[in-house]
Unconditional design. Sequence first.
Length: 202
Amino acid sequence: MILRPGTLRAQSEDYDGGISSPVYSDSRRGTESVLDGSTGGTKPMETPSSLPANCHIRQAKPTDIWTIRWLVLGAKLDPTQIRWQQFWLVEHRNGQILACGQLRTFVNCQELGSLVVRSPQRRQGLGTALTRHLLRQATAPLYLECLGSQLAEFYQRLGFRPVVVEVLPSGLRRKFGLSAAVARLLHLPLYQMHWLPKNRNG
């Protein structure tokens, strides 16, 4: 497949880029990418007050898989951990998928990942609304990895706090430990974070 550079680039204030399993682009050339983070079934659509009136959040369906893949690939994130059953989407009333994100389940914890918003729809609150929705869906302690201080600040505003590998749940310790080692080797500004329920935003 051929990807057009910059089709979906990570931006910070209403961050709408991605977090997924390590795909390390060369940050020295300005490429922005992030590292990865629940169940199937059908759930009702949701229209949080922070979303535009013409949008809603819904759980992904099998027919959404290629749209999700193109969003994740376009954001230069890891496409190998995509399971449509774990994804939630922001959908325009015309049927276009504007954003996606997933909750990956591990032993005794979950990871927020693959958060992407299409470039033309950034800075409209879609990333914030979708992240808050995923927080409400979480059923276990929630973790994520991201690159860069701007993304870390975005997630801190939503209640995430830095965490060190040594205190991670066993289900994520090896994965996050490997990410941290690669980030040190490549001098990447990797942040590993934990969501604190007491800071939950509704």
